[in-house]
Write a new protein. Sequence first.
Length: 287
Amino acid sequence: MNGTELLAERFQKDRGHLRAVAYRMLGSLRDAEDAVQETWLRLSRGAGDGIPEPGGRLTAVVGGVCLDRLRSRAARPAEVFVPDPVIAPLAPADPEQEALYAAATGLALLVALEQLEPAERLVFVLHDMFAVPFDDIAPIVARTPAAARQLAGRARRLVRESAPAAETDPGRQREAVEAFLTAARAGDRDAVVAVLHPDAVLRADSGTPADTVRGARAVAEQALRFRQFAECARLALVNGEIGIVNLPEGRPPAVAGVTVAGGRIVALHVLADPARLARLDLPGTDR
């Protein structure tokens, strides 16, 4: 094999890892795939520089590509963003799939990452999520390793303040989500409110500018407004947590990521944009 062929082989082996990095950086599956493709183009132009080690130079290059994209995004007007959900059946077909979905990043955390500056997000994702050393991250953000470490500390504090400490027990997640659906189907406003945290947040993107609703009673009003969709709601794993997929006539008008903490729902992230939904991979779901 020549250098380009060896590089292509290494790249294909690491493609899933690079896509995972890019998804956590950008919150969009399509943008993540585009970033991975741009990473290959950059690497192939420098194929004579040697074959990168697994998880090393490849991760740094895709991180730099994503940083450029985040900086371009930051120059546009701020808007509410619901990340692309990663949807899976409650019982994955094999242990390898189960491990992949279990490691998924919750939508609440991805939303919290949207609040970070581009360099902060890159440092947090590469170091805290993928254990890339600060010495390797520093050149990407044009800072010293010590300054990169400070960025990570600031990002960590902001994420802790923004993202609720989510319930990790799938059984307790399911209990809260099923109680929410039962109450919504019955049109029982008080029961819906009871399963929501007082400071619950609903973020929804239906293709127009995304909207944010705060407070249990306001979120309950929104849920009851669309109670007819609760009749065709099915449970699935949405970014590794028990979530909701609506399936009228075989197509989902909405996918909801649900964050549960302390037995109550603290956040709902709803994607109802037909164009974005059409690009999602929708596996089997459970009633």
